[in-house]
Every structure is written in C-alpha cells, then in structure tokens.
Design a protein around this ligand. Sequence first.
Ligand code: TXA
Ligand code: MG
Length: 323
Amino acid sequence: MSSAEIEYAARLLREGNLVAFPTETVYGLGADAQNEAAVRRIFAVKGRPASHPVIVHLGSASQLQTWTRSVPSIAHTLARRFWPGPLTLVLKRSAVVSDLITGGQDTVGLRVPANPMAQQLLTAFGGGIAAPSANRYGRVSPTTAEDVRTELGDLVELILDGGPSEVGVESTIVDLSSGSPALLRPGGISAEDLERVIGQPMSTAPASVIRAPGMQAAHYAPLARILLADSSRLASLAERERRKGHSVVVLSPGMPSLPNGIAHIRVPEALEEYARVLYRTLREVDRRRFDVAIAQSPPLTGLGLAIQDRLTRAAAANFDQEP
Ligand code: TXA
Ligand code: MG
C-alpha cells in the first residue's frame, strides 16, 4: 500500500465520502465520524436502521478524551492491554458525538484497530472514523476487499485492500458505561482473556435490550438455511434435510461419516483458525448454492463463543422456514 493511496483515502473521508478499509476483524465501511451527512450515507448504503449505533475507530487511546466524558480506570486498563486490537469499549459519550453515531444513546462504542492499513488511515485522517462492517444490513461480514465489492460495489468511493482479515469475526464489545463491565457481543478477544484482566466475571446483556444490531436474533446471515447441531446429530439431520429435496452441506472439523449425497466442508479444529475462515466459509456455502448448511456446534471456550454466537444468529435468520 502506497502512502499516496492512504493520503487519497484520508482526503476522501475529509470530503465526506465513504471509504471501505481492512481491519483485523472484518472490513469496515468508514466515514468521518464528525460529518453527519457522511455518517447518514453509511446507513443508506448498508440499508441499516437509523437506531443502530456505529463504532468510532481511533488511531490511539490518547483520543479517548475527545469522544467520552468519563473514562473509568478499567477502560484504561483494558485499552492498555488490548488496544490496538479487536476490542470495542462502550463509554459515556462526549458532546462531540452525534446522535447518528450513538442511535440517540448516551454512550459511544470506541475501538483502536490493529490492522496496519487501518492504523495508517487513522493516522493520515487524524480524527475518528465511524465504521460498521462493510456488508448489507443483516448479511455476512466481509473479510476481504473482494467481499466488500460483492456487497457494496459502486456504492463506496474507495475500497482499500489489505488482504484477508486475520481475526475474521468482529470485535468483542464490552460496556463500561454503567456499574459493572458487561459483555455485549463476544468477538475477537475471548471473554476469558478479558475477565482475567478485569478480575471478575462480566455480566451478559439482557436479551431484551437490543442495543447492538449484531445482537439481534437474526444477523450475519448467508442465503442458505443454517442449522446447528452436535457432532452426533450431524448425519441424521443432514439425511432429514436431503430427503426433503434440499442440497445439504455439513460444516465440521474432522470427517464425519455422512449419508450419500451430502457435501462436507471441513472447518479448522483450532478455534482461532475457525473464526478466521468462518465468514469465508458461509460465503462459500452460498457460492456453491447449498440450500442448507448444518454446522457442528463449536466448544464454548475462547473464540468458540463468538463462532457459536454468529452461527446461532445466522440460523435465527431462517425465517419463513419449517423448524
Ligand atoms: O470488529 C468490529 O467491531 C467491526 C470493525 C469494522 O471494526 N465493526 C463492526 O461494526 O462490527 P458493526 O456496526 O457491524 O457492529 C457494531 C456493533 C453493533 O452491534 C452496535 O450496535 C454496537 O457495535 N455498538 C456501537 N455503539 C454502541 C453503543 N454505544 N452501545 C452499544 N452497542 C454499540
Ligand atoms: Mg456488522
């Protein structure tokens, strides 16, 4: 990546345009966070409801003061340990933060991404970059520049290509705006790693409070119908779906013995590697036009929590389908 291209991208942002850029989690659809017209365009391009808040990306933790009005010491601790990296902190917002960014809430989500190109862009731009994942609302997040092109095409002025995202699932979101730390979305940093630093277990947000659109039941959805199952049930479920006339693929590590006519995509056993290829795999399911994908439930440790979360939400998007 030439510095000329980064300078060009920063200028586009300053002029109120949208720039898609790589982060270590997924690709983001960026706009100048202090330009309301530009932020409005993010929502229009994604087809995303206006009530859903957007994360503001910063070049370094030293910019926290600009965007927040109080930073509890645990925020400094987490920032020191995990930034730059796949962690978003929800904090009380300052007056510079537009209602468009927060969905009218009193808090703002902030993250310092680690991807070198994201870092260069943030440094060249100087301010905060508002960026949701660069996909259409409710669909699978992009982990390559090509994915962004497929999702958004000409609707975005520039797509910076930084190669495939290393983490592959979105950042972990921790709410520090009220009494005790709450996990709003499992993601690229495991709950165990966070809790070790926080020194106490995090609460999880009550399901009734949908403050994070990624936390709605149906999200991250490919076109195929997704089912989740334990390893012992993969074959019977696959056979049941095949008998209904569907083309079926099983996603699992290892090589289960499957009935004839059932396809298999092997996913990595190591959870960090599985996370890295999860969205690519869901896109492959669609590219190969399977009707149904039956995914083996991952263990719920480390990044398994984020993988299970995304698969569950992808499965919840099976609306208009029989159970
Ligand atoms: O890894 C990531 O977080 C990626 C990359 C591009 O940084 N971004 C991302 O953005 O996943 P998006 O918009 O697809 O999801 C951001 C999540 C949403 O669920 C949103 O509701 C939540 O962050 N969020 C943002 N601000 C919030 C706030 N003030 N309170 C609660 N949730 C917030
Ligand atoms: Mg998203």
